[in-house]
Ligand binder design. Sequence first.
Ligand code: NAP
Length: 519
Amino acid sequence: MQNLPEFRNEPYTDFSVPSNRQAMEQALGEVHSQFGHEYQLRIGREWIATDDKLRSLNPSHTSEAVGVHHKATPELANRAVECVHAYFPVWSRTPAEERVRMLLDAARILRRRKMEFDAWLVYEAGKTWPEAEADVSEAIDFCEYYAREMLRLAGPQKVVQLPGEQDELVYIPLGAGVVIPPWNFPLAILVGMTVAALVTGNTVVLKPSSETPTIAAKFAEVLLEAGFPEGGFTLLTGSGSAVGDVLVEHPKTRFVCFTGSRDVGLRINELAARTQTGQVWIKRVIAEMGGKDAIVVDADCDLDKAVEGVLVSAFGYQGQKCSACSRAIVDAKIYEPFLEKLAQKAKAIPVGPSDDPGNFMGPVISANARQTILDYIEIGKKEGRLVAGGRGREGTGYFIAPTIIADVDSKARIFQEEIFGPVLAVTKARDFEHALELANDSQYGLTGAVYSKDPERLRKAKEQFHVGNLYFNRKCTGAMVGAHPFGGFNMSGTDSKAGGPDYLLLFLQAKSIARKVGA
Ligand code: NAP
């Protein structure tokens, strides 16, 4: 254990290599043959069937049910918290090295089943092959990174030694927590939040998104295979609106780790702040929420690189990343040529089923999401000038053409509100200072990028662009574990910096012990 090699990001599979392509096709076939399987709930050792079932659909081919899941009731949600709370004394006293060993095993299992997981993500989340591969690789990274971090935090911590005393500080876990991830990184975010809580010695009720429960069920299998005990975690599939409040309000819930929309995050924060009868702690809330991320394009930049960066950031995974660029703020001097190149490239993006590797964009996640995005497009057509897309695409799934709306004012709804789909607002700035001002004109503060060759302007952006993750001369998506600890400011959340050295501390509390020595 002492000799763990230094953390390295998991390499991506290159699908242009014929053998990798064939392996992925085979994985897609094998996973497809498991469609429609039923998944029961498990609380402790008990497997439970409920009358209420959730069918998760393939957004590329909506006639296909990827999995059928038994949904939790509020009564089962209560039981789940009681169960993991009861197991906390056992798990919290399991030596950190043992927990770390299990986590490294989980990483190994994920690596062995990587293409299978890629395939589940293609089918259930509508990710293209490379997007699925990046998601699964990030999940492995979280396991490997947090395993090393836990060893660091389990070791001796430096404190001042007073004369005549032996002074010590140890980190201990919090208790039973509730983990609530979103669907858009259905493996990486779910895994990161869950294993961070478990490896630090907490027990967990994991409530997955109702859009991607099968991927969650497959990961629960991995945790059990890696040796994580049944009492230590429960995967509680069910509707957030039906069981979310119960989980958050339960007096034995010690912390809530949430990633999702602003409104749900704020509600959780509010509910968790109310003390319940029998509650003996202040609940900790870790909440990562929405974004309205901007890329600033300076007059002095490599225009082609800026166009490419904006395009990939805006339309990769159909714009359904919290880090996606949804506002391009462009210096007036290069506004028209930038827009022209961007619109031309966007119109050429292939859109269709994500299992077909020829498509750069797949479907959006659901019929509801598609309708919301199309409604925003109609609003956008009134708020600006449509230069690409502007409509849904016919087909077997929830497809939408990559859409660009130019000349958008900063007061416009499509400039201010998170749409979470392939819709980009483009706004003209008078100069660089004005562009930064516009970029900061948002309640959110998650990611941002600047394309510029001018070192002084980049310095200014470093100082003034108020986002948790800032990138220069590259896209604003694709944060890497270890290199780009991830989390945002203001309404984007509590800036928890997932994949960084501060993250595990959010699941721990420090205990100081002083022992009198000598006479
Ligand atoms: P969402 O609608 O807020 O749902 C997130 C999770 O919360 C789901 O598991 C959902 O369950 C659950 N939930 C819903 N209502 C609840 C309630 N009353 N109490 C407790 N839990 C409840 O968000 P989403 O559509 O899944 O994800 C997209 C959002 O996540 C976007 O806003 C995006 O920006 C944000 N996001 C942020 C980050 C970040 O790091 N900052 C990363 C990824 C995504 P059900 O599915 O059953 O409703």
